[in-house]
Ligand binder design. Structure first.
Ligand code: ZN
Ligand code: ZN
Ligand code: ZN
Ligand code: ZN
Length: 467
């Protein structure tokens, strides 16, 4: 049976009455109850009719269309969690309510993957017309319509893309002198909010956990407070958990701080005092991503990196992001984590080298500022982590990933370097100031491998005015 689902659309463009902005005071209602937000919600629910009979089953489906990321009048796939706007399938509007109840809907993604892996793929080829709507017949499925189903949708998204609105819990553990507002954690929550606000606001949870410890008692009460808030994880099975740890790390040891000016003396000790058992064990039931927003000394030394890796493995996290620059500007990481949330948590893309490189491409400030370390599972189910470092390389700005100085050390002119590739594979930066013959050489790190992203898009521009 094809299930359907209606919710609010998310785009900025639904039709609406147009009017000038009213002046402030005329607007204030006589009856203060008119502005009560719960009343507004009740009205909206009435407009949308009664709740579906089986909310638990309905809940496992995506709340937005996998083809356009919008909500509205949706068809739910009978074979996977994806949903799609009815509007992409004009023939569906000819079905009666009874037809809709009986029909079996197979989404485009399920069709695509079944065609790719069909037993007759050798003879028939991997592309088959899309029927989409089926009726059950003698234990099998027969096409509902006499002709393949028409689809009206752009080919923007990868076939396996979805809009996974399964619960997300963001935990922001931050040194109290770092603001929550504008932080990468808060930016990520704000970015995700439209996917949850209208349909399931209780499924996007944000826990702000500022800390500053002078004594062991401070740490204990912090852990107790956080443990209470983490109780929400038990109510949200299947929630993806995003833990941001936003703090200082000591310049040479890489140890994390207790207060804005006092460092711990070991990473294990910091972890034991800050991370409560409920979070240490969260990885057993949830997909946990750990984002270490601390300076690069945390991961520059192999021993400290190893300690972080074993702590993360004990938490059974899915992955850890950390940054290599000696002074990391956390604000540069915000756009990266928003891209990560959008394409990995929501669209369900896999974090492989090519995809991560594309995510990092969307964060140009970050790319120029720091390398990115990813601790990720070698294979799913195995909680051991492998560490990879991603460094942005640009022939003119960062030859082989190394920073070009702004000033020529010989003549002290600025912005003078011109980089040329040598026959030996090295990059040579020549000072172009008159009379200066300074040159420095950049060698490729033996282990560095260039990542092919396969991206071929480019922007174009044309003038539109003045008319
Ligand atoms: Zn499907
Ligand atoms: Zn759609
Ligand atoms: Zn064709
Ligand atoms: Zn020079």
């Amino acid at each position: 049976m094809a299930r359907t689902h209606k919710n609010e659309i998310k785009t900025t463009g639904p039709p609406a009455p147009r009017d000038k902005l009213r002046k402030g005071n005329n607007d204030v209602p006589e009856n203060p109850e008119d502005t009560d937000s719960t009343l507004v919600v009740v009205k909206r629910l009435k407009l949308h009719g009664p709740r579906p009979a089986d909310p638990i089953e309905e809940d496992t489906h995506d709340q937005f269309c996998h083809l356009c990321h919008n909500g509205g009048d949706l068809l739910l796939c009978d074979e996977c969690p994806r949903a799609a706007c009815k509007a992409h399938f004009p023939d569906v509007f000819n079905l009666s309510v009874q037809d809709l109840e009986e029909v079996h809907f197979r989404c485009l993604a399920c069709h695509f993957y079944q065609s790719m892996h069909a037993p007759d793929v050798k003879e028939q080829g991997k592309h088959k017309p899309y029927w989409g709507l089926y009726r059950k017949h003698e234990g099998g499925l027969l096409p509902w319509l006499a002709e393949p189903l028409r689809v009206e949708a752009p080919a923007h998204r990868a076939p396996h893309s979805r809009v996974n609105t399964a619960p997300i819990v963001i935990i922001h553990i931050r040194l109290a002198d770092f603001a929550d507002a504008g932080s990468p954690a808060r930016a990520t929550q704000t970015f995700l909010d439209p996917y949850y606000r209208t349909t399931r606001p209780d499924k996007l949870v944000y826990i702000d956990a500022p800390y500053c410890f002078d004594t062991v008692d401070d740490a204990t009460s912090f852990r107790n407070g956080l443990t209470k808030k983490l109780g929400v994880l038990d109510q949200l099975p299947g929630a993806r958990v995003l833990v941001f740890i936003f703090t200082h790390s000591e310049e040479t040891s890489g140890d994390l701080f207790w207060t804005p000016s006092e460092s711990s003396d070991s990473l294990q000790e910091w972890w034991a005092q800050v991370i409560p058992p409920a979070l240490m064990t969260a990885g057993a039931k949830h997909e946990v991503t750990l984002a270490m927003l601390a300076c690069g000394s945390l991961v520059q030394s192999p021993t400290q990196r190893q300690t972080l890796k074993s702590l993360a493995e004990r938490m059974q996290v899915e992955r850890v992001f950390a940054f290599g620059a000696s002074a990391v500007l956390a604000c540069f990481t915000g756009s990266f984590f928003m891209s990560f949330a959008s394409s990995v948590l929501i669209a369900g893309m896999v974090v492989d080298d090519a995809h991560l490189a594309r995510l990092l491409d969307a964060s140009t400030l970050l790319a120029r500022h720091t390398s990115v370390l990813l601790f990720a599972r070698e294979k799913s189910g195995d909680h051991r982590l492998c560490v990879r470092e991603y460094t942005w390389s640009h022939k003119k700005i960062q030859p082989w990933g190394q920073v070009l100085p702004m000033q020529c050390p010989s003549c002290r002119c600025v912005y003078t370097f011109v980089v040329k590739s040598g026959h030996d594979g090295h990059q040579h930066a020549y000072c172009s100031a008159k009379g200066c013959s300074y040159m420095s050489t950049y060698q490729k790190h033996a282990d560095h491998v260039a990542i092919a992203t396969g991206e071929q898009g480019a922007w174009m521009v044309r003038p539109l005015g003045p008319l």
